[in-house]
Design a protein around this ligand. Structure first.
Ligand SMILES: Nc1nc2c(ncn2[C@@H]2O[C@H](COP(=O)(O)OP(=O)(O)OP(=O)(O)O)[C@@H](O)[C@H]2O)c(=O)[nH]1
Length: 243
């Protein structure tokens, strides 16, 4: 890979000030194994559904840089393992200095919805305060079957859970997100289910984080001795980029 290390201290003033405006936000993605956290984070960062995925061991990182009202903002998604045996003693580390949490469940798997309570509890145990923005994402919306509602998680249930736990709710599909018309309206949703494009989630997340006052974002360029890895073959695109 053709990458270079750039030491912040050697950067020119314009570069330095551009980087100093790029805040990094740590976004923790949690939920039961198999709900689609890895696929969702791929979709959020690369705009694609991955060809092949394996169970996450520990944690994987994906990044996306957005331009929100002229300000660069980097979302660092921590895709954590859903399987207990792959989490082990690292859990405390995942929760440290987190800026937002995405709780993911599978709309076709009610146990993954009931399991959310234990993820909320894990957040509490790791001192994630109520001031940290929380998002509830019902994934695999493409698999909804209006004839099998009893075997699926109803949207009213999810909305109610989100409201009780102070979360913003989205239903989507990392695999086949709903299409949008040119005017931004939803072209299709699954039956009577309202579903959002994954892009709407990332924009809501970015907007919420930007509004968040007194955040403790990591500012790579502002810290003495910090450095940034630049991949020359994949320069950051204007709107978004992927690791
Ligand atoms: N139909 C459909 N399948 C999906 C979707 N998202 C993920 N999957 C499938 O669900 C399976 C599990 O996806 P992962 O992204 O690995 O799930 P995970 O939550 O990261 O699992 P762990 O790493 O074990 O915690 C894979 O076979 C994916 O192809 C979706 O939106 N629709």
């Amino acid at each position: 890979m053709d990458s270079s290390l750039e030491f912040s201290g050697s950067l020119g003033s314009s570069w330095s000030s551009a980087l100093s405006r790029c805040r990094t936000y740590k976004v923790l993605v949690i939920g039961d194994s198999g709900v689609g956290k890895t696929c969702l984070t791929h979709r959020l960062c690369a705009g694609q559904f991955p060809g092949r995925v394996e169970a996450t061991i520990g944690v994987d990182f994906r990044e996306r840089v957005l331009d929100v009202d002229g300000e660069k903002l980097k979302l660092q998604l921590w895709d954590t393992a859903g399987q207990e045996r792959f989490r082990k003693s690292m859990v405390q580390h995942y929760y440290r200095n987190v800026h937002a949490v995405l709780f993911v469940f599978d709309v076709t798997c009610p146990p993954s919805f009931s399991g959310l309570l234990s993820w909320v509890e894990e957040c509490r145990k790791n001192s994630v305060g109520q001031d940290i923005p929380r998002f509830l994402v019902g994934n695999k919306g493409d698999l909804r079957d209006p004839k099998r509602t009893r075997e699926q998680v109803g949207q009213e249930q999810a909305i109610s859970f989100a409201s009780v736990h102070g979360m913003m709710f989205f239903e989507t599909s990392a695999k086949n997100p709903p299409l949008k018309c040119v005017n931004g309206q939803r072209a299709s949703s699954k039956g009577s289910y309202q579903q959002e494009d994954v892009e709407d989630i990332v924009l809501a997340l970015a907007a919420k984080l930007k509004r968040q006052k007194n955040h403790s974002s990591v500012n790579a360029a502002a810290h003495n001795g910090s450095f940034k890895v630049l991949n020359k073959k994949n320069p950051e695109k204007d709107f978004w980029t992927c690791c």
